[in-house]
Structure formats: C-alpha cells, structure tokens
Design a protein around this ligand. Structure first.
Ligand SMILES: N[C@@H](CCC(=O)N[C@@H](CS)C(=O)NCC(=O)O)C(=O)O
Length: 219
C-alpha cells in the first residue's frame, strides 16, 4: 500500500498551492490504493528525524510504497504513472515527451512563478523595482511558450491526458488568482480542462476534508 505524506494543517497565509495536491491527483487518476499520512508542520513534524529520513529537504509531498520512498512531486507522479501503467504512454518517445513537459513545468515555468511569489512576500514595498519588472516579463516568456505548445492541442505532452498535465496544471495553479494568464486564452482553457477532471475534483474535496477547510476556499 502507498502512503502519501502531505499536509494536515493549514498555513496561516492560506492553503491551496501545496504540491502534495499533485501527488494525490495522480493517485486519484490512477486509482492505486493509498493512505494519507497528514503531517502537522505547525508541531514541527516535517523537521522530525523520522520525516528527514523520508524527505531529504523536509518537504511534502513524498510517498512510501511498501518501503520504496520517493520525494519531489514530479518524480512521485512519474513513479505512480509507471507503476500503474496509466497517464503515460508505453513507448519510449511518448514517455520521454511526458518527462520533457514535467521538467518544463518544474524546471522552466515554476521557478519564475515561485520567484514572483517570493517578491510579493518579501518585497511587498517594491524596494527592488527592477526585479518587479523583469520577473513578470520572464513569466510571460514561459507562458508564451506554453501558449504556442498548446495551440491546437488538448494536452501538453501527448494526445491523451498524462502526468505532465498534472504537473503543468499544478504549476499554473500558483497563478490562478493573478492576471498572468489573461493574455493567453489557450492556456486558460487548458487549465480549466485539467481542473474539470473528476479525479481533480475528488482530490480537492479530499484535501479540503483533510485540512478542515471548505472546497471553495481552495478552488
Ligand atoms: N521541489 C519540491 C518542492 C516541494 C515543496 O515546495 N513543498 C512545500 C509545500 S508546497 C513544503 O513542504 N514546504 C514546507 C517547508 O518547506 O518547510 C516538489 O516539487 O515536490
């Protein structure tokens, strides 16, 4: 049985962006049996010796599949796809395409969007105006690339929905409440398509239940 390590308590600044959602979404899509180990980070559980042995950076998500431990959301969802034989094609080229777009999500798009978040949190006074101008420009550059890729396509990597879509939608979720997607109706439509998946809706409901918040608060 797979154990998913995720958050069990809310952050004071709100819930909704946490990356354990990606892992749970892949579990809900693949229908692999799993249980959730909800960690109380407010009580220091992420920094415990036991959890440090599971997650090198003391972060969520991580999974433990009968003793085989995987951390990093992209690695987790790729493992779940390979294990279940779902959400990834069988052929090498198709699988490589899924890896390519999972990497694009976490290595190209996400760092810039995370940087935007950090600017908002740590420099709300805009004492670094150059960064406040340049980082959104870089974000728009990655979004323009996504827009080109999605032109005429339903899903990011392959003809069918794959774990690369879970990763890309997971990353785009970080800007769902900003206007960054506004110039890109193709990306907005893609994001909505991903969110319409019944497995995503189940994931949101399970997550809200786990944290004791309303689904509408984290939508
Ligand atoms: N690169 C990692 C990042 C994981 C990550 O940022 N986890 C956050 C939650 S979304 C976390 O555990 N934060 C708590 C902390 O860093 O103390 C992944 O994709 O899994």
């Amino acid at each position: 049985m797979i154990t998913l390590y995720g958050f069990g308590r809310i952050f004071p600044e709100g819930v909704g962006e946490t990356k354990d959602l990606r892992a749970q979404w892949a579990l809900e899509e693949t229908l692999l049996p799993y249980r959730v180990h909800a960690l109380d980070h407010t009580a220091g559980e992420l920094d415990s010796d036991a959890y440090t042995r599971i997650s090198p950076f003391r972060q969520v998500p991580a999974i433990d599949d009968d003793g085989f431990v995987v951390a990093e959301s992209a690695a987790v969802v790729l493992y779940l796809a390979e294990k279940s034989g779902k959400l990834i094609p069988r052929d090498l080229q198709g699988r490589t395409r899924v890896v390519q777009w999972s990497f694009a999500a976490v290595a190209t798009v996400e760092p810039t969007l995370a940087c935007l978040d950090l600017l908002g949190i740590f420099d709300a006074e805009k004492t670094a105006p150059v960064l406040h101008a340049e980082v959104p420009k870089l974000a728009r550059r990655w979004l323009a690339g996504l827009d080109r890729r999605l032109d005429g396509r339903e899903w990011i990597a392959c003809a069918d929905f794959t774990v690369a879509d879970i990763m890309m939608a997971g990353v785009l979720r970080g800007i769902r409440k900003t206007d960054l997607m506004e110039p890109f109706p193709t990306i907005k439509a893609y994001f909505e398509r991903c969110q319409a998946r019944p497995a995503w809706q189940r994931t949101l409901a399970l997550y809200a239940g786990r944290l004791g918040v309303r689904v509408d608060d984290i939508r």
